[in-house]
Design a protein around this ligand. Structure first.
Ligand SMILES: Nc1ncnc2c1ncn2[C@@H]1O[C@H](COP(=O)(O)OP(=O)(O)O)[C@@H](O)[C@H]1O
Ligand SMILES: [Mg+2]
Length: 448
Protein backbone atom coordinates (compact mmCIF):
# COMPACT_ATOMS: atom_id res chain seq x y z
CA UNK A 1 0.00 0.00 0.00
CA UNK A 2 2.58 2.48 1.11
CA UNK A 3 5.00 1.50 -1.66
CA UNK A 4 6.14 4.75 -3.29
CA UNK A 5 6.64 2.91 -6.58
CA UNK A 6 3.09 1.53 -6.73
CA UNK A 7 1.10 3.02 -9.56
CA UNK A 8 4.13 4.10 -11.59
CA UNK A 9 4.31 3.10 -15.24
CA UNK A 10 6.60 0.32 -16.41
CA UNK A 11 9.00 2.85 -17.91
CA UNK A 12 9.13 4.97 -14.76
CA UNK A 13 9.81 1.95 -12.58
CA UNK A 14 12.56 0.77 -14.87
CA UNK A 15 14.21 4.18 -15.03
CA UNK A 16 14.10 4.54 -11.24
CA UNK A 17 15.65 1.17 -10.57
CA UNK A 18 18.29 1.66 -13.24
CA UNK A 19 19.35 4.94 -11.60
CA UNK A 20 19.32 3.28 -8.19
CA UNK A 21 21.76 0.70 -9.61
CA UNK A 22 23.94 3.56 -10.95
CA UNK A 23 23.70 2.23 -14.50
CA UNK A 24 23.44 4.04 -17.79
CA UNK A 25 20.94 2.76 -20.35
CA UNK A 26 23.88 1.31 -22.29
CA UNK A 27 25.22 -0.48 -19.23
CA UNK A 28 21.82 -1.92 -18.37
CA UNK A 29 21.35 -3.09 -21.96
CA UNK A 30 24.75 -4.73 -21.90
CA UNK A 31 24.13 -6.40 -18.57
CA UNK A 32 20.71 -7.67 -19.59
CA UNK A 33 21.89 -8.76 -23.03
CA UNK A 34 19.33 -6.47 -24.68
CA UNK A 35 19.56 -3.88 -27.38
CA UNK A 36 20.02 -0.36 -25.96
CA UNK A 37 17.17 0.85 -28.17
CA UNK A 38 14.88 -1.63 -26.47
CA UNK A 39 15.85 -0.31 -23.02
CA UNK A 40 15.34 3.26 -24.14
CA UNK A 41 11.91 2.56 -25.58
CA UNK A 42 10.86 0.56 -22.54
CA UNK A 43 11.78 3.45 -20.25
CA UNK A 44 9.71 5.76 -22.41
CA UNK A 45 6.81 3.31 -22.31
CA UNK A 46 7.19 3.25 -26.06
CA UNK A 47 6.97 -0.51 -26.49
CA UNK A 48 3.31 -1.37 -26.22
CA UNK A 49 3.87 -4.82 -24.74
CA UNK A 50 7.18 -5.48 -22.98
CA UNK A 51 8.04 -9.11 -23.64
CA UNK A 52 8.19 -11.58 -20.80
CA UNK A 53 11.71 -12.45 -21.90
CA UNK A 54 12.83 -8.82 -21.63
CA UNK A 55 11.22 -8.36 -18.22
CA UNK A 56 12.97 -11.43 -16.86
CA UNK A 57 16.33 -10.23 -18.18
CA UNK A 58 15.91 -6.71 -16.84
CA UNK A 59 14.79 -7.93 -13.44
CA UNK A 60 17.86 -10.11 -13.27
CA UNK A 61 20.24 -7.41 -14.45
CA UNK A 62 18.82 -4.98 -11.85
CA UNK A 63 18.80 -7.64 -9.12
CA UNK A 64 15.16 -6.85 -8.33
CA UNK A 65 13.68 -8.58 -5.33
CA UNK A 66 10.47 -10.56 -5.42
CA UNK A 67 8.23 -7.59 -4.55
CA UNK A 68 9.84 -5.39 -7.18
CA UNK A 69 9.46 -8.06 -9.82
CA UNK A 70 5.78 -8.35 -8.95
CA UNK A 71 5.44 -4.59 -9.25
CA UNK A 72 7.12 -4.61 -12.64
CA UNK A 73 4.91 -7.43 -13.87
CA UNK A 74 1.82 -5.61 -12.58
CA UNK A 75 2.89 -2.45 -14.42
CA UNK A 76 2.89 -4.34 -17.71
CA UNK A 77 -0.67 -5.39 -17.01
CA UNK A 78 -1.76 -1.81 -16.33
CA UNK A 79 -4.23 -0.36 -18.84
CA UNK A 80 -1.43 1.19 -20.89
CA UNK A 81 0.13 -2.24 -21.48
CA UNK A 82 -2.03 -5.18 -22.55
CA UNK A 83 -2.14 -7.99 -20.00
CA UNK A 84 -1.24 -10.79 -22.33
CA UNK A 85 2.34 -9.63 -22.60
CA UNK A 86 3.32 -10.05 -18.97
CA UNK A 87 1.97 -13.43 -17.96
CA UNK A 88 3.99 -16.41 -19.18
CA UNK A 89 0.73 -17.91 -20.49
CA UNK A 90 0.67 -20.86 -22.84
CA UNK A 91 3.45 -20.76 -25.42
CA UNK A 92 2.51 -19.89 -28.98
CA UNK A 93 3.76 -23.28 -30.10
CA UNK A 94 3.99 -26.44 -28.07
CA UNK A 95 7.11 -28.20 -29.32
CA UNK A 96 6.68 -31.88 -30.09
CA UNK A 97 10.15 -32.71 -31.30
CA UNK A 98 10.55 -36.41 -30.54
CA UNK A 99 11.78 -38.38 -33.53
CA UNK A 100 9.96 -41.56 -34.55
CA UNK A 101 10.04 -44.36 -32.02
CA UNK A 102 11.66 -47.71 -32.89
CA UNK A 103 9.03 -50.02 -34.36
CA UNK A 104 9.49 -52.33 -31.38
CA UNK A 105 12.01 -51.99 -28.60
CA UNK A 106 13.43 -55.46 -27.90
CA UNK A 107 14.00 -56.21 -24.23
CA UNK A 108 15.12 -53.30 -22.04
CA UNK A 109 12.17 -53.67 -19.67
CA UNK A 110 14.28 -53.04 -16.59
CA UNK A 111 16.08 -50.07 -18.14
CA UNK A 112 12.82 -48.56 -19.36
CA UNK A 113 11.38 -48.80 -15.86
CA UNK A 114 14.39 -46.90 -14.52
CA UNK A 115 14.22 -44.14 -17.14
CA UNK A 116 10.46 -43.70 -16.90
CA UNK A 117 10.22 -44.26 -13.18
CA UNK A 118 12.88 -41.89 -11.87
CA UNK A 119 11.25 -39.10 -9.87
CA UNK A 120 12.22 -36.21 -7.69
CA UNK A 121 10.01 -34.08 -5.48
CA UNK A 122 12.43 -31.22 -5.12
CA UNK A 123 14.43 -30.77 -8.29
CA UNK A 124 14.34 -31.67 -11.95
CA UNK A 125 14.71 -35.43 -12.42
CA UNK A 126 17.56 -36.29 -14.78
CA UNK A 127 18.43 -39.75 -16.12
CA UNK A 128 21.67 -40.10 -18.03
CA UNK A 129 21.94 -43.17 -20.25
CA UNK A 130 25.57 -43.95 -20.97
CA UNK A 131 27.19 -46.76 -22.91
CA UNK A 132 29.37 -47.68 -25.87
CA UNK A 133 28.50 -46.72 -29.45
CA UNK A 134 25.50 -48.58 -30.78
CA UNK A 135 24.15 -50.08 -27.52
CA UNK A 136 20.78 -48.43 -28.10
CA UNK A 137 20.98 -45.33 -25.91
CA UNK A 138 19.06 -43.14 -28.33
CA UNK A 139 16.52 -45.87 -29.07
CA UNK A 140 15.84 -46.30 -25.34
CA UNK A 141 15.67 -42.56 -24.65
CA UNK A 142 13.27 -41.91 -27.54
CA UNK A 143 11.07 -44.87 -26.63
CA UNK A 144 10.90 -43.82 -22.98
CA UNK A 145 10.15 -40.23 -24.04
CA UNK A 146 7.22 -41.32 -26.22
CA UNK A 147 5.87 -43.30 -23.32
CA UNK A 148 6.26 -40.34 -20.93
CA UNK A 149 5.00 -37.68 -23.37
CA UNK A 150 1.37 -37.59 -22.12
CA UNK A 151 2.66 -36.50 -18.70
CA UNK A 152 4.42 -33.51 -20.30
CA UNK A 153 1.66 -31.60 -22.09
CA UNK A 154 3.67 -28.36 -22.38
CA UNK A 155 6.12 -29.88 -24.81
CA UNK A 156 8.75 -32.46 -25.60
CA UNK A 157 12.14 -31.23 -26.75
CA UNK A 158 14.68 -33.37 -28.57
CA UNK A 159 18.12 -31.80 -28.89
CA UNK A 160 20.77 -33.71 -30.83
CA UNK A 161 24.02 -32.43 -29.32
CA UNK A 162 26.10 -34.22 -31.99
CA UNK A 163 28.67 -35.38 -29.46
CA UNK A 164 29.89 -38.08 -31.85
CA UNK A 165 28.93 -37.26 -35.39
CA UNK A 166 31.19 -37.26 -38.43
CA UNK A 167 28.92 -34.79 -40.22
CA UNK A 168 28.55 -32.18 -37.47
CA UNK A 169 30.62 -30.65 -34.67
CA UNK A 170 29.34 -30.91 -31.08
CA UNK A 171 26.64 -28.28 -30.57
CA UNK A 172 27.59 -25.29 -28.41
CA UNK A 173 25.20 -25.01 -25.44
CA UNK A 174 24.43 -21.39 -26.39
CA UNK A 175 23.32 -22.48 -29.87
CA UNK A 176 21.23 -25.29 -28.40
CA UNK A 177 19.55 -22.79 -26.03
CA UNK A 178 18.78 -20.39 -28.87
CA UNK A 179 17.10 -23.17 -30.82
CA UNK A 180 15.09 -24.36 -27.84
CA UNK A 181 13.97 -20.82 -26.99
CA UNK A 182 12.92 -20.46 -30.62
CA UNK A 183 10.86 -23.61 -30.29
CA UNK A 184 8.95 -21.90 -27.47
CA UNK A 185 8.26 -18.86 -29.61
CA UNK A 186 11.00 -16.54 -28.29
CA UNK A 187 12.04 -14.51 -31.34
CA UNK A 188 15.70 -14.51 -32.31
CA UNK A 189 16.23 -10.84 -31.42
CA UNK A 190 14.95 -11.51 -27.89
CA UNK A 191 17.55 -14.21 -27.26
CA UNK A 192 20.26 -12.70 -25.01
CA UNK A 193 23.87 -12.71 -26.14
CA UNK A 194 25.45 -14.25 -23.05
CA UNK A 195 25.24 -17.95 -22.30
CA UNK A 196 24.12 -17.61 -18.68
CA UNK A 197 21.45 -15.08 -19.64
CA UNK A 198 20.20 -17.48 -22.29
CA UNK A 199 20.13 -20.28 -19.76
CA UNK A 200 18.31 -18.04 -17.27
CA UNK A 201 15.70 -17.13 -19.86
CA UNK A 202 15.30 -20.80 -20.75
CA UNK A 203 14.69 -21.65 -17.10
CA UNK A 204 12.22 -18.77 -16.85
CA UNK A 205 10.34 -19.96 -19.91
CA UNK A 206 10.16 -23.50 -18.55
CA UNK A 207 9.24 -22.49 -15.00
CA UNK A 208 5.77 -23.75 -14.16
CA UNK A 209 5.58 -25.78 -17.35
CA UNK A 210 5.71 -29.52 -17.73
CA UNK A 211 8.23 -30.17 -20.44
CA UNK A 212 10.20 -33.31 -21.26
CA UNK A 213 13.69 -32.72 -22.60
CA UNK A 214 15.83 -35.32 -24.39
CA UNK A 215 19.47 -34.30 -24.79
CA UNK A 216 20.94 -36.85 -27.18
CA UNK A 217 24.61 -37.69 -27.66
CA UNK A 218 26.20 -35.24 -25.23
CA UNK A 219 29.96 -34.84 -25.07
CA UNK A 220 30.05 -33.87 -21.40
CA UNK A 221 28.56 -31.98 -18.48
CA UNK A 222 29.48 -28.54 -19.79
CA UNK A 223 27.24 -29.15 -22.79
CA UNK A 224 24.34 -30.45 -20.68
CA UNK A 225 24.42 -28.16 -17.65
CA UNK A 226 22.96 -24.97 -19.24
CA UNK A 227 20.12 -27.05 -20.71
CA UNK A 228 18.87 -28.33 -17.37
CA UNK A 229 15.66 -26.61 -16.28
CA UNK A 230 15.28 -25.53 -12.68
CA UNK A 231 11.86 -26.89 -11.84
CA UNK A 232 10.80 -30.39 -10.73
CA UNK A 233 7.84 -30.34 -13.14
CA UNK A 234 10.14 -30.92 -16.09
CA UNK A 235 12.13 -34.07 -16.80
CA UNK A 236 15.41 -34.63 -18.61
CA UNK A 237 16.82 -37.70 -20.34
CA UNK A 238 20.44 -37.42 -21.47
CA UNK A 239 22.37 -39.92 -23.57
CA UNK A 240 26.14 -39.99 -23.90
CA UNK A 241 29.07 -42.25 -24.67
CA UNK A 242 30.94 -40.50 -21.90
CA UNK A 243 30.28 -40.83 -18.20
CA UNK A 244 28.40 -37.73 -17.03
CA UNK A 245 28.22 -36.15 -13.63
CA UNK A 246 24.88 -34.40 -13.79
CA UNK A 247 23.90 -32.20 -10.88
CA UNK A 248 20.44 -32.27 -9.38
CA UNK A 249 18.64 -35.50 -8.78
CA UNK A 250 20.45 -37.45 -11.48
CA UNK A 251 20.29 -41.17 -12.05
CA UNK A 252 23.00 -42.78 -14.14
CA UNK A 253 22.01 -45.78 -16.22
CA UNK A 254 24.87 -47.68 -17.79
CA UNK A 255 23.47 -49.44 -20.85
CA UNK A 256 25.05 -52.79 -21.67
CA UNK A 257 24.66 -54.91 -24.83
CA UNK A 258 21.48 -57.02 -25.17
CA UNK A 259 20.87 -60.44 -23.63
CA UNK A 260 21.08 -63.21 -26.30
CA UNK A 261 17.31 -63.81 -26.52
CA UNK A 262 16.57 -60.11 -27.10
CA UNK A 263 19.47 -59.87 -29.53
CA UNK A 264 18.03 -62.78 -31.56
CA UNK A 265 14.59 -61.16 -31.51
CA UNK A 266 16.11 -57.93 -32.83
CA UNK A 267 18.00 -59.78 -35.57
CA UNK A 268 14.89 -61.71 -36.65
CA UNK A 269 12.76 -58.56 -36.72
CA UNK A 270 15.35 -56.66 -38.74
CA UNK A 271 16.16 -59.47 -41.18
CA UNK A 272 12.52 -60.46 -41.65
CA UNK A 273 10.97 -63.68 -40.39
CA UNK A 274 10.86 -65.19 -43.87
CA UNK A 275 14.62 -64.73 -44.31
CA UNK A 276 15.48 -66.64 -41.14
CA UNK A 277 12.78 -69.31 -41.38
CA UNK A 278 14.29 -72.75 -40.81
CA UNK A 279 17.55 -71.42 -39.31
CA UNK A 280 18.48 -73.47 -36.22
CA UNK A 281 18.30 -71.39 -33.02
CA UNK A 282 21.96 -72.09 -32.28
CA UNK A 283 22.97 -70.51 -35.58
CA UNK A 284 20.90 -67.43 -34.80
CA UNK A 285 22.41 -67.23 -31.31
CA UNK A 286 25.92 -67.62 -32.71
CA UNK A 287 25.25 -64.92 -35.30
CA UNK A 288 24.20 -62.34 -32.71
CA UNK A 289 27.14 -63.33 -30.51
CA UNK A 290 29.44 -62.64 -33.43
CA UNK A 291 27.80 -59.23 -33.49
CA UNK A 292 28.93 -58.83 -29.90
CA UNK A 293 25.21 -58.60 -28.91
CA UNK A 294 25.52 -54.95 -29.91
CA UNK A 295 22.22 -53.62 -31.36
CA UNK A 296 23.98 -51.50 -33.99
CA UNK A 297 26.02 -54.49 -35.17
CA UNK A 298 22.93 -56.72 -35.22
CA UNK A 299 21.03 -54.18 -37.28
CA UNK A 300 23.87 -53.89 -39.75
CA UNK A 301 24.26 -57.67 -40.03
CA UNK A 302 20.53 -58.02 -40.69
CA UNK A 303 20.74 -55.28 -43.33
CA UNK A 304 23.59 -57.18 -45.03
CA UNK A 305 21.43 -60.29 -45.17
CA UNK A 306 18.52 -58.39 -46.64
CA UNK A 307 20.74 -56.77 -49.24
CA UNK A 308 21.88 -60.20 -50.50
CA UNK A 309 18.89 -62.37 -51.32
CA UNK A 310 21.11 -65.35 -52.11
CA UNK A 311 22.69 -65.46 -48.64
CA UNK A 312 21.28 -67.43 -45.74
CA UNK A 313 22.11 -66.89 -42.06
CA UNK A 314 24.83 -69.57 -42.12
CA UNK A 315 26.57 -67.81 -44.95
CA UNK A 316 26.37 -64.52 -43.06
CA UNK A 317 27.78 -66.21 -39.97
CA UNK A 318 30.69 -67.55 -42.02
CA UNK A 319 31.47 -64.07 -43.26
CA UNK A 320 31.25 -62.67 -39.73
CA UNK A 321 33.71 -65.31 -38.58
CA UNK A 322 36.24 -64.12 -41.15
CA UNK A 323 36.35 -60.34 -40.63
CA UNK A 324 33.63 -58.94 -38.47
CA UNK A 325 34.41 -55.27 -38.71
CA UNK A 326 34.68 -55.31 -42.48
CA UNK A 327 31.37 -57.16 -42.65
CA UNK A 328 29.57 -54.87 -40.21
CA UNK A 329 29.15 -51.98 -42.61
CA UNK A 330 25.95 -51.22 -44.50
CA UNK A 331 25.24 -47.89 -46.12
CA UNK A 332 25.92 -45.12 -43.62
CA UNK A 333 25.85 -47.55 -40.71
CA UNK A 334 29.18 -48.99 -39.65
CA UNK A 335 30.37 -50.37 -36.34
CA UNK A 336 33.98 -49.43 -37.10
CA UNK A 337 33.03 -45.86 -38.00
CA UNK A 338 31.03 -45.53 -34.78
CA UNK A 339 34.02 -46.71 -32.73
CA UNK A 340 36.36 -44.45 -34.71
CA UNK A 341 34.48 -41.42 -33.38
CA UNK A 342 35.01 -42.46 -29.76
CA UNK A 343 38.67 -43.20 -30.48
CA UNK A 344 39.31 -39.91 -32.23
CA UNK A 345 38.05 -37.98 -29.19
CA UNK A 346 40.89 -39.43 -27.08
CA UNK A 347 44.16 -37.60 -26.40
CA UNK A 348 47.19 -39.11 -28.19
CA UNK A 349 48.65 -41.13 -25.31
CA UNK A 350 45.22 -42.61 -24.54
CA UNK A 351 44.86 -43.63 -28.16
CA UNK A 352 48.17 -45.42 -27.95
CA UNK A 353 47.05 -47.18 -24.77
CA UNK A 354 43.81 -48.21 -26.48
CA UNK A 355 45.61 -49.65 -29.51
CA UNK A 356 48.12 -51.53 -27.41
CA UNK A 357 45.87 -52.89 -24.71
CA UNK A 358 42.90 -53.51 -26.99
CA UNK A 359 44.98 -55.51 -29.42
CA UNK A 360 47.02 -57.36 -26.80
CA UNK A 361 44.76 -58.51 -24.02
CA UNK A 362 42.14 -61.12 -24.61
CA UNK A 363 40.76 -61.86 -21.16
CA UNK A 364 40.04 -59.73 -18.14
CA UNK A 365 43.08 -57.96 -16.78
CA UNK A 366 44.18 -55.85 -13.83
CA UNK A 367 46.07 -52.62 -13.42
CA UNK A 368 49.42 -54.40 -12.93
CA UNK A 369 49.20 -56.07 -16.34
CA UNK A 370 48.15 -52.82 -18.00
CA UNK A 371 51.10 -51.01 -16.40
CA UNK A 372 53.58 -53.58 -17.70
CA UNK A 373 52.13 -53.66 -21.20
CA UNK A 374 52.11 -49.87 -21.35
CA UNK A 375 55.56 -49.73 -19.77
CA UNK A 376 54.49 -47.22 -17.16
CA UNK A 377 53.61 -46.89 -13.49
CA UNK A 378 50.38 -48.29 -12.06
CA UNK A 379 49.21 -44.76 -11.26
CA UNK A 380 49.73 -43.57 -14.81
CA UNK A 381 48.14 -46.71 -16.26
CA UNK A 382 45.18 -46.13 -13.95
CA UNK A 383 44.73 -42.66 -15.40
CA UNK A 384 44.82 -44.00 -18.96
CA UNK A 385 42.31 -46.74 -18.17
CA UNK A 386 39.99 -44.26 -16.43
CA UNK A 387 39.68 -42.23 -19.61
CA UNK A 388 39.02 -45.37 -21.71
CA UNK A 389 36.34 -46.39 -19.22
CA UNK A 390 34.82 -42.93 -19.40
CA UNK A 391 34.64 -43.19 -23.21
CA UNK A 392 33.00 -46.63 -22.84
CA UNK A 393 35.77 -48.20 -24.89
CA UNK A 394 36.68 -50.32 -21.86
CA UNK A 395 34.57 -52.12 -19.27
CA UNK A 396 35.18 -52.76 -15.58
CA UNK A 397 33.23 -55.94 -14.77
CA UNK A 398 34.56 -56.00 -11.20
CA UNK A 399 36.46 -53.39 -9.20
CA UNK A 400 39.98 -53.16 -10.61
CA UNK A 401 39.27 -55.74 -13.34
CA UNK A 402 39.05 -54.59 -16.93
CA UNK A 403 38.03 -56.03 -20.27
CA UNK A 404 37.35 -54.94 -23.83
CA UNK A 405 34.21 -55.79 -25.79
CA UNK A 406 35.09 -58.21 -28.63
CA UNK A 407 34.30 -55.70 -31.38
CA UNK A 408 36.35 -53.07 -29.59
CA UNK A 409 39.34 -55.46 -29.45
CA UNK A 410 39.11 -55.97 -33.19
CA UNK A 411 38.84 -52.25 -33.74
CA UNK A 412 41.96 -51.64 -31.64
CA UNK A 413 43.78 -54.44 -33.47
CA UNK A 414 42.88 -52.97 -36.84
CA UNK A 415 44.13 -49.55 -35.71
CA UNK A 416 47.38 -51.02 -34.48
CA UNK A 417 47.90 -52.75 -37.80
CA UNK A 418 47.65 -49.33 -39.38
CA UNK A 419 49.77 -47.62 -36.73
CA UNK A 420 53.08 -49.37 -36.29
CA UNK A 421 54.27 -49.46 -32.68
CA UNK A 422 57.69 -50.76 -31.66
CA UNK A 423 57.24 -53.53 -29.16
CA UNK A 424 60.80 -54.11 -28.00
CA UNK A 425 59.75 -52.83 -24.58
CA UNK A 426 57.55 -55.86 -24.04
CA UNK A 427 60.54 -58.15 -23.53
CA UNK A 428 62.27 -55.53 -21.41
CA UNK A 429 59.26 -55.02 -19.15
CA UNK A 430 58.54 -58.70 -18.80
CA UNK A 431 62.16 -59.39 -17.89
CA UNK A 432 62.03 -56.78 -15.22
CA UNK A 433 58.89 -58.22 -13.75
CA UNK A 434 59.10 -61.99 -13.80
CA UNK A 435 56.09 -62.34 -11.51
CA UNK A 436 53.85 -60.93 -14.17
CA UNK A 437 55.43 -62.76 -17.06
CA UNK A 438 53.07 -65.72 -16.98
CA UNK A 439 50.03 -63.53 -16.65
CA UNK A 440 51.04 -61.53 -19.64
CA UNK A 441 52.04 -64.54 -21.69
CA UNK A 442 48.59 -65.95 -21.02
CA UNK A 443 46.68 -62.94 -22.25
CA UNK A 444 49.08 -61.60 -24.77
CA UNK A 445 48.53 -62.28 -28.41
CA UNK A 446 50.01 -61.17 -31.69
CA UNK A 447 53.55 -60.03 -30.86
CA UNK A 448 54.87 -58.37 -33.96
N1 LIG B 1 16.34 -52.62 -27.80
C1 LIG B 1 16.27 -52.33 -29.11
N2 LIG B 1 15.25 -52.77 -29.87
C2 LIG B 1 15.18 -52.46 -31.18
N3 LIG B 1 16.10 -51.74 -31.85
C3 LIG B 1 17.15 -51.27 -31.15
C4 LIG B 1 17.29 -51.53 -29.75
N4 LIG B 1 18.43 -50.96 -29.32
C5 LIG B 1 18.96 -50.35 -30.38
N5 LIG B 1 18.22 -50.53 -31.48
C6 LIG B 1 18.56 -50.06 -32.83
O1 LIG B 1 19.96 -50.27 -32.98
C7 LIG B 1 20.58 -49.15 -33.61
C8 LIG B 1 21.62 -48.53 -32.69
O2 LIG B 1 20.96 -47.96 -31.59
P1 LIG B 1 21.16 -46.44 -31.13
O3 LIG B 1 20.05 -46.12 -30.20
O4 LIG B 1 21.35 -45.56 -32.29
O5 LIG B 1 22.54 -46.58 -30.33
P2 LIG B 1 23.38 -45.48 -29.55
O6 LIG B 1 22.52 -44.27 -29.42
O7 LIG B 1 23.68 -46.13 -28.25
O8 LIG B 1 24.61 -45.27 -30.36
C9 LIG B 1 19.45 -48.20 -33.96
O9 LIG B 1 19.08 -48.46 -35.28
C10 LIG B 1 18.36 -48.58 -32.99
O10 LIG B 1 17.09 -48.27 -33.50
MG1 LIG C 1 22.77 -42.37 -30.13
Amino acid sequence: MGDPDAGLSFGALLRGWRKRALLTQEQLAERAGLNVRTVRRLENDGLGQPRTASIVLLARALALDRGERALLAAATRAPSAPAAAAAPGPPATVPRQLPADVAALEGRGRELAIVAGHRSATTVPVVSITGMAGTGKTALAVHAAHRLAPQYPDGQLFVDLHGHDRAAAPVEPGAALARVLGAFGVPGEQVPARLDDRAALYRSVLAGRRVLIVLDDATGEQQVQPLLPGCPDCRVIVTSRRGLVCPGDARDLSLDVLPVADAVALFVRMAGRERVAGTPPVVLAETVRRCGLLPLAIRVAAARLRAHPSWDVRHLLGRLAADRLAELRAGRHSVAAALDLSYERLPADHRRAYRLLGSCVRAEFGLDVAAVLLDTTAARAGGLLARLLDAHLLQEPAPGRYRFHGLVREHATELRRRTWVPLTWVARSAESNIALFHDIAGIYSGVE
